[in-house]
Design a protein around this ligand. Structure first.
Ligand code: F0G
Length: 352
């Protein structure tokens, strides 16, 4: 049977029964790409792998959690779902809502989501509400609305989201035949680091893996609430996906860090941009800026001597760079040469 999504693949680890109506877009099964060029470039003496979550159906890791959350909402007979989002969650909720035939409401910070993500939610037919406030405020709103009205919250505070997202850890272990020694991941609302840690622990408990990775989470410096130990009222970063000042899964992220003897650190926008460009130019992988925080974190941790040589390292690239063409064009510094269509002019433009 051909691949039919992560619920079917990992159903024994997920809260579904044979009668659960699975809502799937065949998400998951994303490539784990060996990144030797990048490893060499950054002076890493270990095996580096990139888990490219941008190849999910809506272009981000959110689809892993959304297939579970929307499946369970459908099973419970929900009439509507709602989420707050910096963009990817709204795109994913809208797509799975469309597939399930459930009305979808999304709250986004006006002016701070990448155009590709907005266009997705529009095309999938969600009701889009752009608020004059940031993600943290939008999350407060949707939490309150879902408590008062018959609409199911599908942010990662919904435990089914975490259940779906933990399958990313299963895939990595299945591919490597073991757990990596280090797991680098961007941190925004902190659901994904929570989910991966849960996934690794479950495989460990089952005896499928014999060791656990150190969880290395990285926030953007201007939004580094966990690193600073306090809510940030006005979070800033060009990596708008992780422009979050009050992560909902803060405690769970700290638990993942402490239990795994890992780290939660932060990286500057400048370092995120550097990693973003490096990924594209050395590995041919265009991720979105927030995703590059994992690689920026690795570069920083390696310089700090935190990464042991001869190990297996996985960086999660959470979203597809095509979602954010504005930043891709801005940071590429590429020169598009315009010429007439005469062959001589074209050759001249090529430098021949
Ligand atoms: N990378 C991308 C591309 C994201 O969209 C997000 C979160 C993260 C990393 C951080 O993951 O929140 O689980 O720690 N995006 C959410 C959204 C907030 O609304 O799309 P996290």
């Amino acid at each position: 049977m051909y691949y039919q999504g992560l619920i079917n693949k990992y159903r024994k680890y997920l809260p579904v029964t044979d009668s659960t109506p699975v809502i799937t877009l065949n998400e998951g099964n994303t490539p784990l790409i060996k990144a030797d060029n990048l490893a060499k470039k950054i002076g890493l003496e270990s095996n580096l792998y990139l888990k490219f979550e941008g190849s999910n159906p809506t272009g981000s890791f959110k689809d892993r959690g959304m297939t579970m959350a929307v499946t369970k909402a459908k099973e419970a007979g929900a009439g509507a779902i709602i989420c707050a989002s910096t963009g990817n969650t709204s795109a994913s909720a809208a797509a799975y809502g469309a597939k399930a035939g459930i009305k979808t409401f999304v709250l986004i910070p006006d002016g701070y989501i990448a155009l590709g993500k907005l266009s997705q939610a529009m095309m999938y037919g969600a009701e889009i509400i752009a608020i004059q406030g940031n993600f943290d405020r939008a999350l407060e709103c949707v939490r309150e609305i879902s408590e008062k009205y018959p609409v199911t919250l599908v942010n990662s505070v919904n435990p089914f989201r975490i259940e779906g997202q933990k399958t990313g850890a299963f895939e990595i272990c299945d591919a490597l035949g073991k757990a990596p020694e280090y797991h680098f991941i961007p941190v925004g609302n902190a659901g994904n680091i929570t989910a991966y840690w849960k996934g690794y622990r479950e495989y460990f408990k089952e005896g499928i893996i014999k060791t656990l990775p150190k969880m290395m989470g990285y926030e953007a410096e201007g939004s580094a609430a966990i690193v600073r130990g306090e809510r940030i009222m006005n979070p800033e970063t060009f990596a708008t996906a992780i422009r979050i000042g009050n992560p909902a899964s803060w405690t769970q992220a700290e638990a993942a860090r402490d239990e795994s003897k890992g780290k939660i650190g932060c990286v500057t926008d400048e370092k995120i941009a550097e990693a973003y460009k490096m990924l594209a130019s050395t590995e041919g992988i265009l991720c979105e800026p927030a995703s590059a925080a994992s690689v920026a974190g690795l570069i920083q941790a390696n310089k700090e001597g935190l990464v042991e040589a001869g190990t297996d390292i996985v960086c999660i690239l959470t979203g597809n760079g095509l979602k954010d063409p504005d930043n891709a064009i801005k940071y590429s510094n590429a020169d598009v040469k315009k010429t007439s269509s005469e062959l001589d002019d074209v050759l001249r433009a090529m430098g021949i």
